[in-house]
Ligand binder design. Structure first.
Ligand SMILES: NC(=O)c1ccc[n+]([C@@H]2O[C@H](COP(=O)([O-])OP(=O)(O)OC[C@H]3O[C@@H](n4cnc5c(N)ncnc54)[C@H](O)[C@@H]3O)[C@@H](O)[C@H]2O)c1
Length: 206
């Protein structure tokens, strides 16, 4: 049986750091390769292998996937909602092309699984405000939300057409305590907790 070897793309970010550490506990440190455009996150140093990867450079990405005998990919590299609105063209390009590069290589190399998070940003002002179902009116109004919704269809397409096992969840805004957030609409909430800890002040809960 082929042993699983996992590549986390975007491992220096908010989710990447904690996910890489959690995966290393399950699969073993050397079987989880951390990678990012940025330098290795301090919290990951000494816990397992790290390679510098730009998900937009498909050739280099492909080489690394073959070289490291990768069987599963977690693709976390993206431009998030608030940052995306500052540069919509760049957000669309990275969020779409990065995903397509990974899906294409997964098809060519017959990878076992691809994980790619979507977001509640797919829902827009016309979606139901309470108990919002999975299938409902979906009219995103941010480039981030549009890119996530389009990405979901690309994942379905590669599954139906090429049989790739792609898994995705629409995450809500996540609160992290180890790593800093990277430009989403929930960053303010994380900052409140960090500030309260630094200033040693309690937070009133309403
Ligand atoms: N954090 C949340 O609340 C949340 C909610 C829903 C969905 N998500 C999704 O989860 C994923 C990870 O989010 P996050 O909060 O960790 O984001 P983040 O911004 O903290 O981390 C993203 C990482 O990707 C890296 N990156 C950017 N461009 C790259 C490139 N070209 N090549 C390689 N790496 C690159 C960045 O350097 C960064 O370390 C994203 O797809 C995001 O849309 C996050």
């Amino acid at each position: 049986m082929v042993k699983d070897k996992i590549l986390v793309i975007g491992s220096s970010g908010q989710i990447g750091v904690e996910l890489t550490l959690a995966l290393r506990k399950i699969y073993g440190n050397n079987n989880v390769i951390a990678s990012d455009l940025r330098e290795e996150n301090e919290l990951l140093k000494g816990t397992g292998p790290y390679v510098s990867i730009d998900v937009m450079n498909k050739e280099m990405l492909h080489v690394q996937i073959i070289r490291q005998n990768i069987t599963q990919i977690y693709l976390l590299a993206a431009i998030l909602s608030a940052t995306g609105e500052k540069n919509p063209g760049l957000a669309w390009h990275l969020n779409m092309q990065g995903l397509l590069n990974v899906l294409d290589i997964a098809r060519e190399e017959n990878l076992k699984k691809v994980y790619w998070p979507s977001s509640i940003a797919v829902f827009g002002p016309t979606s139901p405000k309470q108990n919002c179902p999975q299938q409902t009116i979906i009219e995103p109004t941010t480039v981030y939300g549009i890119s996530k919704y389009a990405g979901e269809f690309w994942c379905n397409y590669y599954n139906i057409k090429y049989g790739i096992d792609v898994r995705s969840l629409r995450y809500p805004g996540l609160i992290s305590y180890k790593s800093a957030p990277g430009g989403g609409t929930t960053d303010y909430a994380v900052e409140i907790f960090h500030e309260a800890l630094e200033e040693k002040k309690s937070i009133p809960v309403f």
